[in-house]
Design a protein. Sequence first.
Length: 843
Amino acid sequence: MKRIILLVLTLISVGAWAQPALQSPAEFLGYELGSRFTRHHRVVEYFKYVDDLSANVKVTQYGETNELRPLIYAVIASPENFANLEQIRQDNLKRAGVLEGTPSGKVAIVWLSYNVHGNEASSLEASMKTLYELVNPANAKTKEWLKNTVVIMDPCINPDGRDRYANFYNQYGNMPYNSSGDAKEHREPWPGGRANHYLFDLNRDWAWLTQKESRARIKIYNEWLPHVHVDFHEQGYNNPYYFAPAVEPYHEVISSWQREFQTMIGKNHAKYFDEQGWLYFTKEAFDLYYPSYGDTYPTYSGAIGMTYEQGGGGFGGLSITTREGDPLTLKDRLTHHHTTGLSTIEITSQNATRVLDEFEKYAKENLNNPASPYKTYVIKGDNNADKINRLTKWLDSHSIKYGHPAAGKVTRGFDYQTQTTGTANVSTEDVIINIYQPKSRFITTLFEPVSKLSDSATYDITAWNLMYNYDLKGYALNERINVGKAYQPKAVDNSATAAKPYAYIFKYESLRDVEFLAALLSKNIKVRAAEKAFTVAGQSFEPGTLIVTRRNNESVDDFDNVVKKLATEKERKIFTTTTGFVDRGKDFGSSSIMYLKAPAVAVLIGEQTSSLNAGEIWHFFEEQLHYPITQIGTEYFSSIDLNKYEVLVVPEGRYRMFDEGTLDRVSSWVSGGGRLIVIANALTSFAEKKGFALKAFANEEEKKEAEKKEKEAREKEALVRYEEADRKQLSDAISGAIYKVTLDRSHPLAFGMKEFYYTLKTNELRYGYLQNGWNVGVIKGNAKPVQGFAGYRVNKKMSNSLVLGVEQKGQGNVVYFVDNPLFRNFWESGKMIFSNAVFMVGR
């Protein structure tokens, strides 16, 4: 009996201490990968499970989504490298020039990013399979690769979008699945799972960092700076698999090695795809130009950045029949992504020494001999301080170095305001960014006056220059100027503010001032604004200046402290006066001093609206202005009492709802005092319609002239060859270019702006000057982009055209935005004009 007891105890003891066998994803989840869509929390659980059971895997939470889902990444390495992860990371930062010192090791770093678009759902499933194979004790190949390569995996960049899609499919999917494209399981409802909580495309946000997921990820990314980065995607389900190399245009800062190794990687993938007879394509559709993608941002940071595209997407489901009549299953899709993921690690490991050497060479060129003709970018110190501060905080997010020069000098440079090269006066108050630093090439792509476009058939916008984006004066210089001292933001000193003045006065010149206005209104503070310039107590103020009088705010508890506290929180300079009797201009009791009632704002959302623009508006109000809005669904708009709202925003979209009856209803609401704000292609629902002044041409003569030119152009192109058809279409194309717009600064829509505004034009819409309204922003004379590509016929159309217009109807107004001022919420100067439409126009 004792022997039996001892044997049992021994077996129990051994079982307690023995390492349990690592479960595959199928064993852990209870179903085969590809048989259903795995919800995000289960993927997180599997990654953490592998971490718990593996001595060479570390899973870290690096952030959280708006819907409170965790953002995680895993680091996988050999036992030897795992013990030295921090040394490997620091070695790499030394190699990149971020840290001082000489790297001691030779370990390559591959970063795999999955599921940035939530409904491109196969890659997250693939991430679990790839993780398992990297730690599977029976896999000798991956063991060998990990000897000189560390792998970082982000299994889901966009958990909120992912679960939106997975929940939809798991709710509507047939059992067994239905492969017909007609089936409901292949037809996501609006807005689909592609975007995040605020309906942003996170794959366009790597540089701009408007979203919290992006900000959290980029911090970790720049702490590692991998040598190879893969962004896994899906495309239309009829398309074969796409992998590197990319198609032109490549930005000219991309090195020959970055081009070469893409091809080497592609050939390695092709080997595996050829063995299986899988179809694929390279060197088409996907370029390397726009800097805010998951392939270009890493590329401009020194990595080999690549996009891999599997057919499928939101239409794919568990299985869908392609146009060839073949089934494309989720299992097929995840297997393809799994294959290219492992192939990427393999080819990197096989070339680890050269990968590291070339990465170091790239970094040394950045630090010592950058190739760009422009070596220093100058932001003039007399620009609005808020705009400079906003830009410098963004630069900090990307570890870009800047500061003040040690001494002033007079030199020559490109002037962003005049778009000419001439004398450039550099002072010690200016902010300078030279390109002799680790982020050199990224800086060049952001600030260079003219970006060379090797092929105009590009996938995205072709202009984004930060000087025009932030509305800043400055220069691009061909010479190097070093930073002499750290940047010193201009401090706001309100210590001498009068205790109980007649009125508080605040300048209105930046988005920060709009945020302050929104905060005042949210606290039920009554605010006025000057319609014209004025001078009081020896201080001059521009149109739009905010005035908070004691009169009419008697009901606000602790009024003075509330105003001062908000001003301190928003870092606003307080001006005061003991009288409403001004030295010049209109007194504070004049009808020219506008009362800014806190507007009740409604925003259309849902089917027929552009989910991206609806999301931009939502995010802008909620996350930047912190001002309440009511989102009204298009499906029940007809039952809404519009008289409860002062403002209605109509986002971009393809509307069917604006029939004659609905337009009459909206028109009557505007005439009664409403303010209608219509953005970009939503204008087509109002142009040429009864009750609205917007027209394609200002008059019949302009229309006939345009038709004549169009006819002549078409006749010239009638004999174009079939093979040149795609190129012909470029004549009418504009994917995103910057145009100079002349403003009427006396109009409230342009308050706080300069004489010119730089619009990011992403459509070919053209409207004539309003004959019955205010042409606040126009393209005068011959149109030509300041930066970016636009087809020659587009430029002809844009000449002498409307960009920003206001039509007064009865007691109300219609604001026409021909371009989207909130595009991806990165176009900073557009936010000011949009805010004016909400708070200033029609008062």
